[in-house]
Design a protein around this ligand. Structure first.
Ligand code: 5GP
Ligand code: MG
Ligand code: MG
Length: 187
């Protein structure tokens, strides 16, 4: 059975995603074209892997790329509010302009935790680029560092979404669009 048949509703198509990614990349290119050192793009694994890949290919500037992993113990569709960094960066963030790239901001706990971590390692600014943002579920407001900026792709309604890197039970990350699962596929 095809993966598409698991999806109840498509929220953003592949074309809508790529158009929005191009706009975000153009804005980032403009904002970071004059920094003294190349910006450091830090993707939050695993969910941001496709977004990072698409975004950096559309930024025609020198940039470094690294990944970090933060896990929160919770159920498959609700985060617990206590993330911890389970895989740290390889690159040194000291004195770098960091652009933290996330698939989706939900409660805000993951971003707050990662921002404090990167700030404590001496990042000179921290920006956030989140493909989706679910403001209805925000519990903590993250604070950008230095002259960091906030970029977001789309505001997401309060549904659990999958695709374009985002999983349910480690499946569906490879869907090229973003959608909502049919209820029978949640166990
Ligand atoms: P937060 O710490 O902001 O509550 O949650 C952030 C993480 O929870 C996201 O990076 C993502 O991995 C996961 N998450 C939050 N909402 C969704 C959603 O609707 N779908 C999926 N697949 N993951 C989500
Ligand atoms: Mg994530
Ligand atoms: Mg997940």
């Amino acid at each position: 059975m095809s993966l598409d048949s698991h999806i109840e509703e498509v929220l953003w198509t592949e074309d809508q995603i790529s158009e929005r990614v191009a706009q975000l990349a153009a804005q980032i290119t403009e904002d970071f074209s004059k920094t003294r050192r190349p910006p450091l793009v830090v993707g939050v694994a695993t969910g941001a892997f496709l977004f990072v890949a698409d975004l950096v290919r559309r930024i025609p500037l020198p940039v470094s790329v690294d990944f970090v992993r933060a896990d929160s113990y919770g159920s498959a569709t609700l985060s617990s509010g206590a993330p911890r960094i389970s895989l740290d960066l390889k690159l040194d963030v000291n004195d770098r302009h960091v652009i933290l790239v996330e698939d989706i901001v939900d409660t805000g706990h993951t971003l707050s935790c990662l921002i404090s971590h990167l700030a404590s390692k001496g990042a000179s600014s921290i920006s956030v680029c989140a493909f989706l943002d679910k403001p209805a579920r925000r519990k903590v407001n993250f604070e950008l560092v230095g002259d960091g900026k906030y970029y977001r792709g789309f505001e997401c309604p309060d549904y659990f979404v999958v695709g374009y890197g985002m999983d349910y039970a480690e499946l569906y990350r490879n869907l090229p669009y973003i959608g909502v699962l049919k209820p029978q596929h949640y166990s």
